[in-house]
Design a protein around this ligand. Structure first.
Ligand code: NAD
Length: 386
């Protein structure tokens, strides 16, 4: 059985799906490992380190895809301009792909259908269940930690004001206000980072646990409480709010939005499209020079104006839809991601490297396509096929 690790092709993506230490683990399990030349460069890991760990370094990416039984990647398959082929089409029929796929997002639907048509067993790292057994495989939490941290640093760099309160010889400058909408892993890390920078913190979430977490970091909780039966689903996670409640939520957000300097959006419902919580008219009411970091962009975004992969000024408000923030902290994010994927692979092949356990609950939960079918609930729902 051969594992292939191609170099990531998304612009500014510097992560890699396996580090040399992970290659050594896979080789120890009995896999042969192919790594594309320069795959670890963005995370400062050399081809020689991969060779020493037991990998074969391959220059030709098409050969790597053709020979591999399992492709390990970070980002979803994209068109590889260098070879003029889509990564999804380079995977031979019936083989396996393990990566972030974000399959419910509309702009990924065509790619998911390609995977289906090529009978790929595609396993997505954004659908690992939040059970204690799966904790070490939880790639989303690992990457969310990076996104929350870096989003605040990026926002602070765009701001035309200081973040902390500053006592100067000319007088006292007020601290910046930061608003976290959605206080899961991203939002909590963003609040913690903004607190270290000295911001005045505000937060809103539809789960009571999340609001408690925000309060414990010193944030003022913006009052919006949907009844638990409307907001909380299976396992204590958020549910998609009905439109009438989303409308109420937008009104509450609107009541504080004009005061905010940084808005960090990370409100998500597992396996679903992100709810739109900030509309164009709401952006128009924001302070000139303020910044929206829409971290939910892989699921479509929480702001209706966010453009995937872009940062732009909408009049005088900066709206950032950068899609690969963890890719800008490549050493630590590769380390966390590659180790989480390694745990996933170990679990998948726990009965032997030629016997993937496709009935395992973690594997089933993360499966997107298999044997020519789309089997991922959130994706089928988003495609209108449920
Ligand atoms: P997520 O990315 O799915 O959602 C982010 C946040 O958005 C959640 O807090 C959710 O309540 C909130 N949200 C959804 N709809 C909203 C709306 N309309 N308005 C405002 N907020 C909305 O979740 P996550 O960050 O991956 O995890 C959520 C929580 O799960 C974490 O805070 C943590 O307590 C827990 N968790 C547990 C494990 C584990 O046990 N292995 C791992 C990770 C997270």
């Amino acid at each position: 059985m051969i594992i292939g690790v191609p170099k990531e092709i998304l612009e500014r993506e510097r992560r890699v799906a396996a580090l040399p230490e992970n290659v050594a683990t896979y080789v120890g399990m009995g896999f042969q490992v192919l790594v594309e030349t320069g795959a670890g460069k963005g995370a400062y890991r050399s081809d020689d380190e991969y060779r020493k760990a037991g990998a074969t370094v391959v220059d030709d990416v098409e050969e790597l895809f053709a020979r591999s039984d399992i492709i390990l990647k970070v980002k979803q398959p994209y068109f590889n301009a260098k070879v003029g082929k889509h990564e999804a089409d380079m995977i031979p029929e019936g083989r396996m792909l393990i990566t972030f796929i974000h399959p419910a997002t509309p702009y990924n639907h065509d790619m998911v259908r390609r995977l289906r048509d090529r009978k790929i067993t595609a396993l997505t790292m954004d659908s690992i269940p939040r059970t204690s057994r799966a904790q070490a495989m939880d790639c989303l939490t690992a990457m969310s930690t990076v996104s929350g941290y870096k989003a605040v640093l990026l926002a602070a760099c765009h701001l035309p004001v200081f973040v902390p309160m500053m006592g100067t010889a000319q007088g006292v400058l007020k601290q910046a206000k930061m608003f976290a909408v959605g206080v899961g892993v991203v939002g909590l890390q963003a609040l913690a980072t903004a607190k270290r920078l000295g911001a005045d913190l505000y937060a809103l979430d539809i789960r009571e646990d999340a609001r408690k977490g925000a309060k414990s970091l010193g944030a003022k909780v913006v009052g919006f409480e949907a009844p638990p039966e409307v907001a909380i689903g299976e396992g204590g996670y958020a549910k998609a709010l009905p439109e009438e409640w989303l409308q109420k939520e937008r009104e509450v957000i609107q009541s504080v939005l004009p005061e905010m300097d940084m808005v960090i959006l990370s409100a998500l419902v597992p396996g679903e499209m992100a709810p739109v919580l900030i509309t164009e008219s709401m952006v128009a009411s924001m302070k000139p020079g303020s910044v929206i970091m829409d971290i939910s962009i892989d699921q479509g975004g929480n702001c209706s104006l966010t453009r995937a992969g872009e940062e732009y000024w909408h009049d005088s408000v900066m709206i950032s839809g950068l899609a690969n923030i963890p890719g800008s902290v490549p050493v630590h994010s590769s380390w966390m991601y590659a180790h989480a994927v390694q745990e996933y692979v170990k679990n998948l092949f726990k009965h032997g490297i030629d016997k993937p356990d496709l009935d395992d609950d973690i594997v089933r939960y993360s499966m997107v396509t298999h044997q020519g079918k789309i089997v991922h609930h959130g994706t089928l729902k988003a495609m209108g096929e449920l």
